[in-house]
Design a protein around this ligand. Structure first.
Ligand SMILES: *[C@@H]1O[C@H](CO)[C@@H](O)[C@H](O)[C@H]1NC(C)=O
Ligand SMILES: *[C@@H]1O[C@H](CO)[C@@H](O)[C@H](O)[C@H]1NC(C)=O
Ligand SMILES: *[C@@H]1O[C@H](CO)[C@@H](O)[C@H](O)[C@H]1NC(C)=O
Ligand SMILES: *[C@@H]1O[C@H](CO)[C@@H](O)[C@H](O)[C@H]1NC(C)=O
Ligand SMILES: *[C@@H]1O[C@H](CO)[C@@H](O)[C@H](O)[C@H]1NC(C)=O
Length: 454
């Protein structure tokens, strides 16, 4: 028996004797409603009313920039390969001195589909004046999904009002505009072969629905939409058909009744290698920039669609599956952190009695968690529980084992009203991880109540 054989037999014996450790992998999670910092801007993602577009394994979200309120600032595009780490790529349409994309204009719900014949990416969007009196649909094109778009024109499709809109490219390549006509209802209109004009009406839902999104699986079309309650959320509904012309089933809830679709409004329904993902907006009408993203796994079974949880979850892009985030460990700032500089522990009525303030700033208050445990090495999500009583975002330099990340923190409604911001960072297996919060460009961090590790 050679030494190596005896070693391998010994290892084989050990494997038989030792209980098998479960195969753990790093947990990279979608945290609905959290501040989501984009690389390239270091700010909360500004892609509201978004649509998702995949090409060559890269995901793009394209949506509204609401940094300075409701009126048009830009249409932003961000990219990701895992749906979790988003990098700002480009402003696809930018503010012009006048015209449809000028100051004080409304440009909402941009959606993009690719035209196989013209090899153009075609964007449709809601175009309006600040009082929403024009109710038109605009169209723009680009040679690349995230490139500069050329704005063509806007019109009332087939002579009807067009407010919230969506796009759907059927499996046969036909393009459809989904458009809300306040006087008559929600329309499905067929686009021309080049997708640049509206040709004919396919269906009219006479009930009051907006924020439309179509998803198709097999021969079944699902139409998702919200009721008309302005920026306030409501119980969004869905209906199904095997032909876009109908007949369509009765509208039904897809989230628990009374949850107001987990306090969100439909923006898009994406298919990620078979993982169906609901993408909604949780609008903050008083500060649209602080609106967050409610992305949830949508269960489709036959002709039923359902959302069953709004808790953090872990998508697996490669195989189109997901798992709920189950076990988490909380490290409280006061009980598990070390303070230095100006950092002080403050009483906090709104949290479980501990929060650390005066972090960052000119005297660089710091908060350090020096023994944070992770079950495996790799990129992992860290949820940061914070309070930010300002009316604008705060930022913090968060060092994870010496690598610094800039993390944004949206206004939370008060210094002791807690929200969550998400950091994805590479960590080590075991309890030797050091996570510390300090000043970014001399500014104050928010007050931090603790971190949650999944
Ligand atoms: C969004 O709009 C603001 C102005 O309101 C501008 O400063 C910013 O550059 C725009 N683009 C992005 C990517 O946020
Ligand atoms: C918008 O521009 C496209 C492309 O030039 C054109 O086909 C279409 O007729 C125009 N629509 C309107 C309403 O002007
Ligand atoms: C869908 O319905 C329309 C209108 O009734 C009909 O013309 C069309 O052939 C149908 N499409 C299919 C694929 O059955
Ligand atoms: C945090 O500190 C408390 C009090 O010392 C301790 O009981 C708890 O185990 C610590 N939590 C972690 C996750 O280490
Ligand atoms: C703040 O202090 C931390 C910890 O000592 C240090 O890593 C960081 O560089 C400091 N930042 C500034 C802006 O002084």
């Amino acid at each position: 028996m050679s030494p190596s054989t005896s070693i391998s037999r010994f290892v084989a014996l050990l494997v038989q004797l030792l209980p098998l450790a479960p195969a753990v992998s790093a947990s990279l999670d979608i945290v609905p409603g959290a501040t989501w910092t984009a690389a390239g801007t270091n700010k909360h993602i500004q892609a509201h009313g978004t649509g998702l577009f995949e090409t060559d394994g890269v995901y793009y979200i394209i949506g509204e920039n609401h940094t300075a309120g409701a009126s048009f600032q830009s249409i932003n595009c961000y990219s990701s390969t895992n749906l979790l780490d988003w990098t700002f790529e480009n402003e696809l349409l930018t503010l012009q001195s006048s015209g449809d994309l000028g100051p004080s204009r409304i440009v909402e719900r941009p959606k993009v589909i690719y035209n196989d014949n013209t090899k153009q990416y075609v964007m449709w969007m809601h175009i309006d004046d600040s009082s929403y009196a024009e109710a038109r649909a605009g169209v723009a094109t680009s040679a690349s999904v995230c490139g500069d778009y050329t704005y063509l024109n806007a019109s009332q499709p087939l002579g009807f009002q067009s407010r919230d809109l969506g796009l759907f490219k059927d499996t046969d390549g036909t393009g459809y505009l989904l458009t809300e006509d306040r006087e008559n209802g929600l329309r499905i209109d067929r686009l021309s072969a080049d997708y640049l004009t509206v040709e004919s009406n396919v269906h009219l839902f006479t009930a009051d629905y907006e924020a439309p999104a179509v998803y198709k699986t097999g021969d079944t079309y699902f139409m998702f939409a919200s009721q008309l309650t302005g920026w306030s959320a409501n119980d969004n509904k869905y209906t199904t058909a095997t032909n876009l012309s109908g007949p369509w089933s009765d509208w039904a809830d897809f989230a628990p009744a009374g949850s107001d679709t987990y306090d969100s409004q439909t923006s898009f329904v994406a298919d990620i290698n078979g993982l169906v993902m609901y993408m909604g907006d949780r609008w903050v009408s008083t500060d649209l920039a602080a609106s967050t993203y409610i992305w949830l796994p949508l269960t489709i079974s036959g002709t039923t669609a359902s959302l069953t949880t709004s808790s953090p979850w872990t998508p697996s892009v490669a195989d189109g599956t997901w798992t709920p985030v189950s076990a988490t460990t909380t490290y409280g700032s006061k009980s598990n952190g070390t303070l230095s500089g100006s950092a002080v522990s403050l009483s906090c009525s709104g949290c479980s009695a501990e929060i650390v303030g005066y972090l960052g700033g000119p005297d660089n208050g710091t908060l350090t968690f020096s023994e944070v445990a992770f079950s495996s090495a790799g990129e992992n999500t860290v949820q940061i529980s914070y309070g930010n009583g300002d009316s604008t975002q705060r930022y913090c330099a968060v060092s994870v084992n010496g690598v610094t990340h800039v993390v944004a923190f949206l206004p939370s409604g008060g210094p002791q009203s807690l929200s969550t911001s998400v950091l994805n960072a590479v960590v080590n297996e075991g309890a030797n991880n050091v996570i510390s919060f300090g000043a970014f460009e001399g500014g104050y961090c928010p007050d931090i109540a603790g971190i949650v590790i999944s």
